[in-house]
Write a protein that binds this ligand. Structure first.
Ligand code: GLC
Length: 578
């Protein structure tokens, strides 16, 4: 064969593709979420960047992750932390270049780490050329049909077209001004006015996103996290909520066709490229309908994330999740936090341990020690459950929510749209502490101020400090992920509740994976006896006289000699068995 045919000079070198060796990698993957702006700052300007991530890939390899999910890294005015995308095919210059992203994807793959990127299909930045074109073109123009421009109600068109409420609170329509200065049409934005919603009934919108998927799959990304995935389609009649049986803006049946076409694109690439949905849909059967075999691969399990601390609520969520996923054949995901929610160390240290948007307030009393114990216990619990696991950067360091950011530095629109009563989400987005005893703790160059200030008390929480301490939260995560990789029963596969080891209606949760692995979680405050004759593999807190401490989890190796019935709750030595 003529070798010239194979090496045509006008073809770019092929991007490295994820390995095809394990087509089911996503069913049990450990996926680490990188919020680029706050991960590591390579150039010392106070903002995290791709150079910083490239320099820390070894850290992620040592932690034991299979993939990285990057929050949006595209050029953006950052009206909503990058979820206002100006150009879906480039990298924000503050983070680096497209060439650096390509190098990062390739370098990570060499370490066995896949890359998942964030796509934001529901809305774009108001600075995106499409929206600018639509504004300039005026009412009735084809450029406006890619969005939801609509005349207002009332004689002068000055009444809002619908009273749909934004997830960020407040109204979802903003009135435009015509090129001649007169008041014009209104446009829809389910989030901020800087994030106009796209019209998914328009063929340009569908084609454009299919092309964006190909653009990134061609560059070797192994999957996409789909932002606000249940919001894309709206009822074009613009009914108010409750006027018709189905919701006008959420979880509409027509969405499934969109994801079927995306799945066909993903499946046309080698190495199993995955679709991961951000789906906040309370009805679990409607939620798992997105995970049918020709739609998304997985979706974030927010039911578990939002649950209050406690054996009963955890068990109920785990059982319902597994039962609803089984019929569609999809694995569940387990997520303790992300860039939108309160850090677990803080959330679990409060009286109200459930998570809900719009309920965040300043000054909620918190017990950080209790929160840390519970967050460590929860980390071992979720790492032992069937399915894939997400770790939000900094949770492996046990970072708390930063609740005393100077008000003038807060950028999150959720704070402003609440009228300042909700602290917003910046408290979980504070730059990571890597090393040293004072800010910026190795996040960037000494003397450079990170875009959000780090608490002085974080010197004990740096990667450097924790790596040297076998009892640190980082060491716990490393050991858990090492065991998870080594033990075939963990990751994807069945789970069996082990009721003999967890007295009914107690604070203890126990389950088995495979023949010889068990996980026991004590959500109460008092120690709980463990099954006799089991080997302790790992625990989130030291055992107390052989019993599992309160607010702790243990991983056990069990065998024929294990007696599941925990010795009675007593501090006396157990009677010899014979
Ligand atoms: C998702 C993102 C969040 C963003 C919103 C709007 O919920 O996780 O950070 O603000 O979508 O894009």
């Amino acid at each position: 064969m003529d070798s010239d045919v194979l090496t045509r000079a006008d073809q770019a070198p092929a991007a490295p593709a994820p390995s095809t060796a394990d087509p089911l990698w996503w069913r049990s993957a450990v996926i680490y979420q990188v919020y680029v702006r706050s991960f590591a700052d390579g150039n010392g300007d106070g903002t995290g960047d791709l150079a910083g991530v490239r320099a820390r890939l070894g850290y992620l390899k040592d932690l034991g992750v299979d993939a990285i999910w990057f929050n949006p890294w595209y050029p953006s005015p950052l009206a909503d932390g990058g979820y206002d995308v100006q150009d879906y095919r480039d990298i924000d210059p503050r983070f680096g270049t497209l060439a650096e992203a390509e190098a990062l994807i390739a370098e990570a793959l060499e370490l066995g780490i896949r890359t998942i990127i964030d796509v934001v299909p529901n809305h774009i930045s108001d600075q995106h050329p499409w929206f600018q074109e639509a504004l300039a073109a005026g009412p009735g123009s084809p450029a406006r049909e890619r969005f939801w421009f609509h005349p207002g109600k009332g004689e002068n068109g000055d009444e809002i077209p619908t009273h749909w409420v934004s997830s960020f609170q407040g109204e979802t329509w903003t009135r435009t001004t015509n090129p001649d200065g007169t008041p014009g049409e209104w446009y829809l934005h389910m989030f901020t006015p800087e994030q106009p919603d796209l019209n998914w009934n328009h063929p340009d919108v569908r084609r454009e996103h299919e092309d964006i998927l190909r653009f990134w799959f061609d560059r070797g990304v192994a999957g996409v996290r789909i932002d606000s995935a249940a919001l894309l389609i709206k009822d074009a009649d613009l009914p108010e909520v409750g006027e018709k049986p189905d919701h006008p803006t959420e979880d509409r049946d027509e969405l499934h066709d969109v994801y079927r076409s995306w799945r066909a694109i993903a499946d046309s690439y080698p190495g199993t490229r995955v679709l991961v949905g951000e789906i906040w849909v309370p009805d679990i059967d409607r939620f798992t309908a997105y995970l049918r075999p020709d739609e998304m691969h997985t979706a974030f399990n927010f039911d578990f994330l939002a649950r209050p601390w406690g054996a009963a609520s955890f068990r109920e969520s785990i059982s319902a999740t597994l039962a609803a996923h089984a019929p569609v054949g999809a694995p569940s995901t387990w997520v303790l936090s992300n860039h939108d929610v309160t850090r677990p160390v803080t959330r679990y240290g409060r009286e109200d341990t459930a998570f809900a948007f719009l309920r965040k307030r300043f000054g909620v009393p918190t017990d950080p020690q209790l929160g840390l114990h519970r967050a460590r216990a929860a980390a071992l619990l979720v790492a032992a459950l069937p399915g894939s696991l997400y770790i939000y950067q900094g949770d492996e360091l046990g970072l708390p929510e930063v609740e005393d950011l100077p008000l003038d530095l807060i950028e999150d629109p959720m704070h402003f749209r609440s009228g300042g009563t909700d602290p917003g989400r910046d408290g979980c987005r504070v730059p990571l502490p890597w090393a040293g005893s004072s800010a910026p703790f190795g996040f960037g160059r000494d003397g450079s101020a990170p875009w959000l200030p780090q608490p002085a008390g974080w010197s004990g929480l740096t990667v450097e400090a924790q790596a040297a301490d076998p009892d640190s939260t980082l060491s716990l995560y490393r050991e858990a992920l090492r065991l998870r990789r080594a033990l075939p029963a963990l990751g994807d596969g069945p789970l069996e509740w082990w009721d003999d080891a967890a007295p009914a209606a107690s604070d203890v949760l126990a389950f088995r994976r495979g023949d010889d692995f068990a996980c026991v979680v004590n959500t109460g405050d008092d120690p709980a006896a463990l099954p006799a004759g089991a080997d302790l593999l790992l625990s989130s807190s030291p055992l107390e006289h052989g019993a599992l401490a309160g607010n702790a989890t243990a991983w056990l190796r069990i065998g024929a000699a294990t007696d599941p019935h925990p010795t009675a709750h007593t501090t006396e030595a157990p009677a010899p068995r014979g």
